[in-house]
Design a protein around this ligand. Structure first.
Ligand code: AOF
Ligand code: ZN
Length: 358
């Protein structure tokens, strides 16, 4: 299709907004003049600021845009939100044809943007690189259609699926290049999530603006652990914890403005993940990257939308080494959790395999 290449460019443009637009979608837009030449580009840069279409059109006059074509990853909006409707601006600029990647899943807009443009006599071409546009906005789609936080897991293992030796030695399984990529992945998510066990075992820093920490018994060292040195830390603990222990923790963190404590329900001595995920959604965290050991990875697996799995060409060969997903005993291979392949990348000598829920 003639518009595929341009839509791919729009997708690439849209990704520049990663980490800044949540809870809004990533959107990219290109404008062609009546002769088919690219005259402008735009993307949604930051939550609350101009939409992609407005950014692309804003500096053009009607002599430039008249009878032109606008290509955009998402259906242009029709509502008065933080900005006036993009559909109105497109009509005002006398664009003749609008090429759209996917329909908006936001019920305020869905189908209405297209209708408004069609009613104004604009030709609409829909569904160009639709699969890729939906992938681009997998988080936004999950949030809008299910009202839930998008959950991704990152793990790094040996070829035999181990994240550490039985004594916990794990630094480092993957190469520096792979670990650098982890930092890029983190930026795409509203928050990272880890556990007290990981903090106590590895004392990681995990730089991120928002960190969710599961510390059921408030065991972590709030004053010294690296994790608390930056970002906002949302610490979830068992609401049945002894009040004396809670008082001690509150005293320890009283001067730390970046640490917030939240009580949470537990089930069989484990944090109730349904409760946790609905609480973090209510906190406005639309996507989370889980970076922890095999036990939480195992229990959160059923909520996982996506997995980033780094694999290093190393073999531990020790059955008692720690596994990346450690949560059940099964005898029937047909009962294994199954996933769908998404992508593979190399960070030599390691690989990054991405897969999603089937
Ligand atoms: C964006 N950027 O480039 C496009 C969006 O909160 P508002 O008023 O900015 O409106 C957000 C909604 O606008 C969003 O949920 C989506 O339906 C639509 N399109 N949003 O943030 C954009 N094109
Ligand atoms: Zn808009």
């Amino acid at each position: 299709m003639i518009y595929d290449t341009l839509m791919k460019k729009c997708i690439k443009l849209a990704t520049k907004g990663m980490g800044s637009v949540s809870p809004n979608p990533l959107v990219g837009c290109i404008v062609l003049n009546k002769d088919g030449l690219i005259i402008s580009k735009g993307f949604h840069k930051k939550y609350g600021l101009n939409h992609a279409e407005r950014n692309a059109l804003i500096n053009l006059n009607n002599d430039e845009t008249r009878d032109g074509t606008l290509i955009v990853t998402l259906e242009p909006c029709s509502h008065f939100g933080k900005t006036p409707p993009c559909a109105d601006l497109i009509i005002e600029k006398e664009i003749k044809k609008v090429v759209i990647g996917m329909r908006d899943v936001n019920p305020i807009v869905s189908g209405k943007g297209i209708k408004k443009l069609k009613d104004a006599g604009i030709e609409i071409i829909e569904g160009i690189m639709e699969k890729e546009c939906k992938e681009l906005n997998e988080v936004f789609i999950k949030n809008m259609t299910e009202h839930k936080t998008f959950v991704a897991i990152k793990t790094a293992t040996t070829l035999d699926g181990k994240i550490a030796t039985s004594t916990g030695s794990s630094k480092w399984i993957t190469s520096e290049k792979a670990r650098k990529e982890v930092k890029n992945i983190r930026k795409r998510y509203d928050a990272i999530l880890t556990t007290a066990s990981t903090i106590i075992a590895d004392n990681p820093q995990m730089e991120h603006k928002n960190k969710i920490i599961l510390d059921r018994n408030l065991r972590t060292d709030f004053v010294n652990a690296q994790i608390y040195k930056n970002g906002i830390c949302y610490v979830f603990y068992d609401k049945k914890i002894a009040s004396e222990h809670l008082d001690n923790t509150l005293t320890a963190i009283s001067k730390m403005k970046n640490v917030k404590l939240y009580p949470i329900k537990t089930k069989f001595d484990k944090i109730d993940l349904d409760d946790l995920l609905s609480k973090i959604y209510d906190l406005g965290i639309m996507s989370v990257l889980v970076e922890t050991g095999g036990h939480l990875n195992g229990s959160i697996l059923k909520y996982a939308d996506k997995i980033y799995h780094f694999i290093a060409p190393k073999i531990l060969g020790d059955n008692s080494g720690l596994s990346c997903f450690d949560f059940q005993k099964i005898s029937d291979i047909a009962k294994a959790s199954e996933f769908e392949y998404c992508d593979i990348k190399t960070f030599k000598p390691d690989i990054l395999l991405t897969y999603k829920r089937k």
